[in-house]
Design a binder for this molecule. Structure first.
Ligand SMILES: NC(=O)C1=CN([C@@H]2O[C@H](COP(=O)(O)OP(=O)(O)OC[C@H]3O[C@@H](n4cnc5c(N)ncnc54)[C@H](O)[C@@H]3O)[C@@H](O)[C@H]2O)C=CC1
Ligand SMILES: CC(C)CCC[C@@H](C)[C@H]1CC[C@H]2C3=C(CC[C@]12C)[C@@]1(C)CCC(=O)C[C@@H]1CC3
Length: 346
């Protein structure tokens, strides 16, 4: 007779746990008494209570030891959204997620919490207080979004209430906070190159930016409320700060907090969007000869010039979600965490 070890309910695995969100999630899980297995293609830190497994999530054999005897798995790995490598996105976000689901099923994992993205419904037009029933983007604006849609569908369809794997997807938007590798660093780099003088459009567009600890809180609540009888099974949930802010006010607060000037001069949205499209095409055509990556991609220009904020009422109703850190507090903690990016820092 073979005896299966009953997994401790305070054990979990975080795929992508070396990343920005993943590490914040791991730290909070440890605080809450979980022991954590981190699976990632790279190891970026060491912490007591964490066992690291280094490997590619597309490789089921590599995944197995990390997910063995673990009842709860968080999947928050993805290639960086700024990449334009379509094959990589397909391989990791789509094929890799299939592999994760198979491994979870074979190993008897009970719950899988996916980090999806609110951008799965965004295609460049305004979204105001968007709810989870908005259809997926019919024309995703980039490969990242295209594959996040496929990934979310795969995970939600894998939900099996009859004793199998339970799944839920968290859709954060505009995550920011200490150690974020993209939003603040890209913003500061653009400012240092003298390109953050302009406001794209009239500057009144409202957007969600979500402090990383609130995103973590949403993930843990989702995991703890996911049961066969709960409404969470097979559903996506927006997790935001519930404080939409003008895109350009947020950018200005971060820039000014770090000692840079706030953008002042307005440029027409359609003009900048057209230029971004042109640059993107040029980069594509010239790729065999020269590699250049425009800062102002069509996706970024659209995000900077349209409304995109989402309702988190469903998360409040079904899992008792409430943001723990306000936008003002989140911005000030973020700014303080980047002394090396301050204006004039060596
Ligand atoms: N940063 C943001 O504003 C938003 C992020 N998200 C989602 O949140 C999740 C986490 O994003 P971040 O922490 O910002 O990114 P990140 O780049 O800091 O972390 C992603 C992690 O995934 C790992 N990874 C990538 N490919 C892998 C592979 N083949 N095998 C194993 N590990 C692999 C990376 O090494 C990295 O540690 C992603 O799923 C992303 O789509 C969703 C909405 C907004
Ligand atoms: C150059 C400037 C116009 C903009 C600089 C800031 C941007 C780098 C960020 C502003 C909104 C951010 C954002 C994302 C990445 C970084 C920004 C474009 C995501 C695309 C990250 C992945 C997601 O799932 C959605 C995010 C939306 C907001």
């Amino acid at each position: 007779m073979t005896t299966r070890v009953r997994p401790s309910s305070k054990r979990c695995a975080v795929i992508g746990g070396s990343g920005f969100l993943g590490r914040h999630l791991v730290e909070k899980l440890l605080e809450r008494g979980y022991s954590v297995a981190v699976f990632d293609i790279r190891q970026s830190y060491e912490l007591p209570g964490v066992t690291f497994y280094q490997g590619d999530l597309c490789d089921k054999e590599a995944l197995r030891p990390a997910l063995k005897d673990v009842p709860l798995v968080f999947h928050c790995a993805s290639p960086a959204p700024a990449s334009d490598d379509r094959a990589l996105f397909q391989r990791v976000n789509v094929q890799g997620t299939r592999t994760v689901i198979q491994a979870c099923t074979e190993l008897g994992v009970q719950k899988l919490v996916l980090t999806s993205s609110a951008s799965v419904v965004y295609e460049g037009a305004d979204i105001k207080n968007g709810t989870e029933d908005i259809p997926y983007a019919a024309k995703p604006m980039d490969y990242y979004t295209e594959t996040k849609i496929e990934q979310e569908k795969l995970v939600l369809q894998a939900c099996d209430k009859e004793g199998g794997l339970l799944t839920v997807a968290i859709r954060p938007h505009g995550i920011f906070g200490p150690r974020d590798p993209q939003l603040v660093p890209i913003l500061v780099d653009t400012a240092r190159r003298g390109k953050m003088k302009f406001i794209i459009g009239d500057g009144t567009n409202l957007v969600d930016f979500t402090f990383v600890e609130n995103v973590v809180h949403g993930h843990i609540l989702a995991a703890e409320h996911l049961r066969p009888e709960s409404p969470l099974c097979g559903k996506p949930y927006h997790i935001t700060n519930d404080e939409p802010i003008r895109f350009w006010d947020f950018m200005s607060k971060v820039l000014v907090g770090l000692g840079y000037a706030a953008p002042r001069y307005h440029l027409p949205y359609m003009l900048v969007y057209g230029l971004a499209m042109l640059l993107w095409l040029l980069a594509l055509l010239l790729r065999p000869l020269v590699a250049f990556k425009p800062t102002f991609t069509p996706m970024r220009v659209a995000l900077a010039g349209t409304h995109h904020y989402y309702s988190c009422e469903a998360a409040k109703r079904d899992m008792g979600y409430k943001p723990l850190v306000s936008l003002t507090e989140g911005i000030s903690r973020t700014v303080e965490s980047y002394p090396h990016l301050r204006h004039g820092a060596p």
